[in-house]
Design a protein around this ligand. Structure first.
Ligand code: NDP
Length: 284
């Protein structure tokens, strides 16, 4: 049951990027309750400090909570974050790479190249850097489990999310590629594709309106997800129960991905106009 200590991660050190809020914090809560040494990373020290207080109140005896401020697109900062996460046990056993998001929204004919690049940089390069440096330690320690956080936008088109979908699809392939290479060293690499989950990132949708209604209409299990829904899958993938699972991309989305991506036209029509949404740009 969500929220009830289960145990089973004792003697494991786990790093959660983006662990100061939302899905990452939900995963960190679950790992702390289950006995792990958890390190959360993000850019804002203030956000991390608030999350640390919350996690310290629930961490199981024998576990611990650390924070490290790091931007996942900065390789030196990632190297440091991985080292901090390995401090308690001299090894790193698990990672959830939840730091991600989008800087770019809009019709493909109006995509801003800088925002597009930044979105790829945060999601794909950021995940790659964490994977690269965490996997080095996992290989040396004889194994480990890495979980990328993608999105149903990687598998189902989300019109006017021209950078986010491709960036998340990049995470999927990066992780499958790594799983194929690293299985020989007992390092597992999997991906979770969340559907709509109630976090700050999507507050403008979950607050209500036609976009939320459309999401709910596209989900066989018709409710907004919680960080705990994603954490339950992350817990399985990080833990020993999934020791023969690697290279998998798992949708946790109320079934949304077997139907279609959401219809944001009600929101974006006001910004780009009906013609803009179908690609009309009067001049180059
Ligand atoms: P949040 O905005 O709550 O979480 C994002 C976290 O990532 C924040 O804690 C943020 O902290 C951190 N972060 C952002 N940029 C960086 C960076 N460059 N370096 C380090 N940390 C960074 O949103 P969610 O929890 O919803 O999102 C988590 C992941 O789940 C993302 O990858 C998102 O794309 C994905 N996702 C979310 C869905 C949803 O419906 N909520 C659906 C599908 C996927 P700080 O700003 O302090 O750095």
């Amino acid at each position: 049951m969500a929220g009830v200590p289960q145990g089973g991660l004792e003697g494991m050190a786990v790093l959660v990027t983006g662990g100061g809020s939302g899905i990452g914090l939900g995963c960190a809560r679950r790992f702390a309750r289950d006995g792990a040494h958890v390190t959360i990373c993000g850019r804002s020290e203030e956000r991390l400090a608030g999350a640390q207080r919350e996690l310290e109140a629930i961490v199981a005896p024998g576990g611990s909570v650390r924070t490290v401020a790091a931007d996942v697109t900065d390789e030196a900062a990632v190297v440091h974050a991985v080292a901090v996460a390995a401090e308690p046990l001299g090894a790193l056993h698990g990672v959830v790479a939840s730091a991600g998001g989008s800087e770019s929204i809009g019709p493909v004919t109006q995509l801003d190249a800088t925002a597009f690049r930044n979105t790829l940089e945060l999601n794909v390069t950021g995940t790659m850097l964490v994977l690269k440096h965490a996997a080095r330690r996992m290989v040396r320690a004889g194994g480990g489990s890495f979980v990328g956080i993608s999105s149903i936008a990687a598998s189902n088109t989300h019109r006017w999310f021209g950078a986010y979908g491709p960036a998340k699809a990049g995470i999927d392939m990066l992780c499958m590629q790594a799983a194929d290479e690293l299985g020989a060293s007992n390092v597992r690499v999997n991906v979770i594709r969340p559907g709509l989950v109630d976090t700050e990132l999507v507050g403008f949708v979950t607050a209500g309106g036609p976009v939320l209604d459309d999401y709910l209409a596209c989900m066989p299990i018709s409710r907004v997800g919680t960080p705990e829904d994603i954490a339950a899958m992350a817990r399985f993938l990080i833990g020993p129960e999934s020791s023969w699972v690697t290279g998998q991309v798992l949708n946790v989305d109320g079934g949304n991905s077997i139907r279609r991506g959401p219809d944001y036209s009600g929101v974006f029509r006001d910004v780009f106009g009906a013609d803009g949404l179908r690609g009309v740009v009067e001049e180059d």
